[in-house]
Design a protein around this ligand. Structure first.
Ligand code: AMX
Length: 457
């Protein structure tokens, strides 16, 4: 079977040719910029090239033109899931995003083995750095520090400094670094998690024969065979947890290019900072409460609300809680979106995971509350009248499912998000260099200029 790199190489001539054709139209206007966009977070500006995913306000995300459900039907699952086809491997999604093609089963398995070989051991200096960080430091900060420190092992950085590579070839080294970074995430996350929650004692083992998500689950201590399994989960629950990681990490990879983590990675990478530095910047952005940290905030909010209401079915108490939150000037975490105007299909995919396991989740009042909230909260938010989208977003469901299986350190939910989000922006970074995209440098204007432009019109 082809390696991922061979498949990317096959895809290059066509894409480079398409870009060359587009360059002929460089002066053609396709969009206009409004004052509202300049002072309103650049909403709706079409100003970035992004290949892997597109986002429609009403239909949500498509991965190389495929919906989540199509991906679930088409993308290969891990080798241990062949009899019971469930969640696809994020490795298969990485292949799809990088190449635009659905990988053959053997190609996806080959990539799985390649990643586990690349990610078997954490460089000792990185372990050392993580060990030296205060255990109370937010795990997202620890992850960003660890990723940035890996810059000293960047093959791109080394070869660029040695002056031995030409622009056309940058991508080979960016590809190497990107794959190594993705491969090391299970070990990085496991190390940080065991430091934060288990006094540095490992909670599980890295199994080089298993897939990337299995190793994330294992190092979080949640697999039956390779982990400490402190919570005494049954084998079925452990397997379900691994499937949850596969599903979650498979669909959180990317959300077109303008979101903070993707855009930050792309922007920093445009200065030819290597993938470790670039994605470290992406992780810093993901750690904001209006972006990825909402995943953690949602669980806090559900746990707090559940303690103050009689039952998850009590709509009037839930609404009262939401109004108190809104009246205190806070946002309802897990609701609203900068682009989407319908419930997030990724939220629906997480709900389908719950619905496929009724016995497991029927007694969990937080999960019940999460489901009911998706019916109650849109009414309150609509009446409140501010948000353009009163529906649940991706972060509404995910954290509470991890919480269900025993990830009670809420700060960690966003770190699992960061594992997944590496895949989309790093894929784009490889393509940025294949296509030779330049350093990003939008023009800013001051208020006086803006006022002058307004008066001229
Ligand atoms: N609760 C209360 N108010 C909300 C709201 C929510 N969930 N979502 C939006 N609003 C408010 C905004 O704060 C804004 O108020 P303002 O005019 O006083 O500043 C107004 O509604 C209009 O905002 P908008 O155009 O609908 O949204 P936006 O593009 O400015 O922001 C987002 C989008 C996601 C930051 C916002 O909906 C929000 O803060 N949601 C809660 C946090 C959250 O769930 N974030 C995760 C998003 C997904 C992700 O990136 N992981």
């Amino acid at each position: 079977p082809r390696s991922l790199k061979e498949a990317v190489e096959q895809a290059i001539p066509l894409r480079r040719h398409e870009l060359k054709e587009l360059k002929a139209y460089s002066n053609m206007q396709i969009d206009s910029i409004t004052v509202g966009s300049i002072i309103g977070g650049m909403r709706n500006n079409k100003s970035m090239l992004w290949q892997g995913t597109t986002l429609d306000p009403f239909n949500g995300i498509k991965f190389q033109g495929k919906t989540i459900q199509e991906c679930q039907q088409l993308l290969p699952c891990s080798p241990d899931k062949q009899s019971k086809k469930t969640e696809f491997m994020p490795e298969s999604m990485l292949w799809l995003l990088m190449t635009g093609e659905i990988p053959k089963k053997e190609e996806a398995f080959g990539l799985m083995h390649e990643l586990s070989q690349r990610g078997k051991t954490l460089p000792p200096f990185v372990e050392h750095i993580i060990d030296s960080l205060p255990r109370t430091m937010h795990p997202m900060t620890q992850l960003a520090v660890a990723l940035a420190s890996l810059n000293s092992s960047s093959t791109f950085c080394k070869n660029y400094q040695d002056g031995v590579i030409g622009k056309e070839d940058y991508w080979h080294y960016i590809f190497e670094d990107a794959l190594n970074l993705i491969a090391l995430l299970p070990q990085l996350v496991g190390k940080i998690y065991s430091n934060v929650t288990n006094e540095g004692m490992p909670l599980g083992y890295f199994n080089p024969d298993r897939d990337w998500s299995y190793n994330i689950a294992s190092l979080l201590g949640m697999t039956y065979r390779d982990s400490v399994n402190k919570r005494n989960l049954t084998k079925e629950q452990c397997d379900d947890f691994t499937d949850l990681v596969r599903l979650y990490c498979g669909i959180h990879v990317d959300h077109e290019g303008g979101n903070v983590s993707a855009h930050a990675t792309h922007l920093v990478g445009s200065a030819l900072s290597d993938p470790y530095l670039s994605y470290s910047a992406g992780v810093m952005g993901l750690a904001g409460p209006l972006h990825g940290l909402a995943a953690q905030e949602v669980v806090r909010f559900l746990v707090d609300m559940a303690a103050r209401i009689d039952s998850p079915d009590n709509e009037s108490q839930v609404s009262e809680y939401l109004w108190a939150l809104l009246n205190s000037g806070k946002v309802v975490p897990g609701y609203g979106h900068a682009v989407l105007r319908k419930p997030d299909p990724r939220f629906d995919a997480m709900l389908r995971f719950v619905e496929a396991r009724p016995q497991e989740f029927q007694g969990d009042r937080y999960v019940q509350l999460m489901r009911n909230l998706s019916k109650y909260a849109p009414k309150v938010l609509t009446e409140h009248g501010k948000t353009k989208n009163p529906f649940p977003n991706v972060d509404s469901a995910s954290g509470v499912l991890f919480y269900h299986y025993g990830i009670h350190d809420l700060l960690f939910v966003t770190v699992i998000f960061a594992c997944s989000r590496a895949i989309g922006p790093l894929t784009q970074l490889v393509w940025d260099r294949i296509l030779g995209l330049p350093i990003e440098r939008p023009k800013s204007v001051d208020m006086a200029t803006l006022r002058r432009l307004v008066n001229q019109n």
